[in-house]
Ligand binder design. Structure first.
Ligand SMILES: N[C@@H](CCC(=O)N[C@@H](CS)C(=O)NCC(=O)O)C(=O)O
Length: 225
C-alpha cells in the first residue's frame, strides 16, 4: 500500500491526502517517528531531499517534494490531464498555490502571540495578490474548477492554502466570492467532506497551536508527544 509520511502539522501533506481520498487510492498516513522508528534528526539525512512529506511506493521507492507526490498520485489514478497546454496551465496553478506554503503554513502551525500577529499582517498583501490571481484563473475556463469539472492536484493544493488562510483571517478569502464558491464546491465532494470531518482538528492557532489526534490535543511539530 502507498504510504504518506509526515509530521504533526496541517501543511504539505493535506493536498496529497485530499487527492488520495478523492482518487480512492488506498494509502496509509504515518508520522515520521512511527514509520522510521527513530527521531527526526536521525532520519533527515537518510531520505532523498531531507524533508517531508514523502511518499513511499509499494516497491520501496521514496518520493519527496509535495508537487512530485501530487503528480504521482494523479498519474496513478488516471487524473492526469492529456492536453499538454492544459497540463502546463494546471502545473502553473499548482506551483503558484504551493508558493503560498511559506509563510502561511508555518505561521498557522507554529507562530504565537505578537509574532503571529506581525506575520499575519506582513503576509496579507501577498496572500491577497495570489488569491486574486487564482480567482482570475478560475474564470478562464468554464466548469467548477481551474481546468474543467474535475478537481486534481492544483485544486486540492489551492484549496488547502485557502482553507488555512481562514485561520489567519477569514476576511482575506471572503473578499473573493469566486474563491468562496470554489472552496464550497471542493468541500461538498463526498470523499473530501468525510476526510475534512475526520482529520485532526487544529486548535489554538496563534496562541499554542495543537492538533487533536485520537482525542488528545498534541502540540504541532516534528517530535513525538
Ligand atoms: N518543497 C518541499 C518543502 C518540504 C518542507 O518544507 N518540509 C518541512 C515540513 S513542512 C520539513 O520537512 N521540515 C523539517 C526539516 O526541514 O528538518 C515540499 O514541497 O515538499
Amino acid at each position: 500500500m502507498l504510504k504518506l509520511i509526515y509530521f504533526k502539522m496541517r501543511a504539505l501533506a493535506e493536498a496529497p491526502q485530499l487527492l488520495l481520498e478523492y482518487s480512492g487510492l488506498e494509502y496509509e498516513y504515518l508520522m515520521s517517528w512511527d514509520h522510521f522508528e527513530d527521531v527526526w534528526p536521525n532520519v533527515k539525512s537518510k531520505i532523498p531531499f531531507q524533508q517531508l512529506p514523502m511518499m513511499e511506493v509499494e516497491d520501496g521507492t521514496q518520493i519527496c517534494q509535495s508537487i512530485a507526490i501530487l503528480q504521482y498520485i494523479e498519474n496513478r489514478s488516471s487524473l492526469a490531464i492529456n492536453d499538454p497546454v492544459k497540463a502546463a496551465e494546471a502545473m502553473a496553478i499548482l506551483q503558484s498555490s504551493q508558493e503560498l506554503f511559506a509563510p502561511l503554513n508555518p505561521t498557522i502551525n507554529f507562530a504565537t502571540g505578537d509574532d503571529f500577529i506581525a506575520k499575519r499582517d506582513t503576509m496579507r498583501g501577498g496572500l491577497n495578490n495570489r488569491f486574486a490571481d487564482l480567482s482570475r484563473c478560475l474564470e478562464k475556463y468554464e466548469g467548477k474548477y481551474f481546468i474543467d469539472d474535475t478537481p486534481r492536484a492544483a485544486e486540492f493544493a489551492a484549496f488547502h492554502h485557502m482553507d488555512l488562510s481562514r485561520h489567519l483571517d477569514p476576511d482575506i478569502l471572503n473578499s473573493f466570492p469566486r474563491l468562496v464558491q470554489f472552496v464550497k464546491d471542493i468541500e461538498s465532494i463526498k470523499s473530501v467532506s468525510s476526510y475534512l470531518e475526520n482529520r485532526p482538528e487544529l486548535v489554538d492557532v496563534g496562541v499554542e497551536p495543537k492538533l487533536i489526534i485520537d482525542g488528545r490535543p498534541q502540540p504541532t511539530g516534528v517530535v513525538k508527544t
